[in-house]
Design a protein around this ligand. Structure first.
Ligand code: SF4
Length: 282
């Protein structure tokens, strides 16, 4: 395992490794938590890595985790070996999760993590950046203490990108069309990301469609505004793509110096800039 000398402008000294207890990074398969694992690997040799598998992840996510695992030289503990999304959907009577009723995050991310750590003293490292205005998952369990290394060190998006580039891990390959980790059918996806899923992972898109239903006059869709069957109509696809291109062009003009991947992210945010899930999308 080669050590990595990162060329970051600010890397404050910390006593993290000396603190008694277990030290854990929860990985989402996204860029921020991945870069955090790389950033902390040499600082906290006893660090443990965890990934809560929803069983509905993109193949690119598993490939990315495998690549990271090889770099870290340590096993990533993959939780939820038996009970994935379908099990809990059945337990919730077929009610799809939504931004308002987000049972998926509790059942597939929070509870497995809390079961994994038990009553041990835990330092939980969270990949919220200094340039983000969100807090991430804060456990109500008194034995889990959150730590925000990026915030403590003032690390922003450019630093995360630098860490990923210098380690050779890079960004997840799905970033070309989707900028959030997590389930294939995550309801936080923007229109252009759904189209990306449809074009690149047709089976996953079809599966997402099969989960949607109408019952007793109620519509159970992933998106409030339309079903996936409506979204996949040719004229709707064309409209979504057209609007996405307009946003891309506007972002390109606004920030010509930024790499394409950032432009894509900004264009997606321009459609809908909610922060997504503060656990799944790190
Ligand atoms: S990625 Fe989305 S659908 Fe999956 S657990 Fe997280 S919030 Fe729920």
């Amino acid at each position: 395992m080669r050590s990595l000398a990162l060329s970051l402008p600010h890397q404050p000294e910390s006593d993290w490794a000396a603190r008694p207890g277990r030290h854990i990074v929860s990985l989402s398969g996204g860029k921020d938590s991945t870069a955090l694992a790389i950033y902390l690997r040499d600082k906290i040799p006893q660090l443990e890595y965890v990934f809560c598998d929803t069983h509905k992840e993109l193949p690119e996510t598993y490939e990315y985790l495998d690549k990271l695992e090889a770099f870290l030289g340590k096993k990533i503990n993959r939780l939820n070996p038996q009970r994935g999304f379908d099990h809990w959907l059945e337990m919730y009577g077929g009610m799809l999760p939504s931004a308002q009723v987000r049972w998926c995050t509790r059942k597939l991310k929070i509870e497995p993590f809390e079961a994994f750590v038990g009553n041990d003293k835990i330092w939980s490292y969270i990949g919220i950046r200094a340039d983000e205005n969100r807090s991430g998952y804060i456990s109500i369990k008194p034995n889990i203490t959150p730590i925000y290394p990026y915030k403590e060190g003032g690390l922003v998006l450019a630093d995360v990108e630098r860490i990923l580039n210098e380690s050779g891990i890079g960004l997840p390959s799905y970033y070309e069309w989707r900028q959030r980790s997590g389930c294939t059918f995550c309801f936080f996806q923007r229109s252009a990301e759904w189209i990306g899923l449809m074009e690149r992972h047709r089976e996953a898109f079809e599966e997402a469609k099969r989960y949607e239903k109408e019952q007793d006059g109620e519509r159970f869709y992933w998106r409030q505004s339309e079903s996936l069957s409506e979204l996949e109509q040719p004229e709707r696809i064309e409209q979504i793509k057209r609007e996405h291109i307009i946003r891309l062009e506007a972002e390109r003009k606004r920030r010509p110096d930024r790499p394409l991947i950032d432009i894509i992210g900004a264009a997606l945010d321009a459609e809908e800039d909610d922060v997504g899930c503060n656990i799944c999308h790190l």
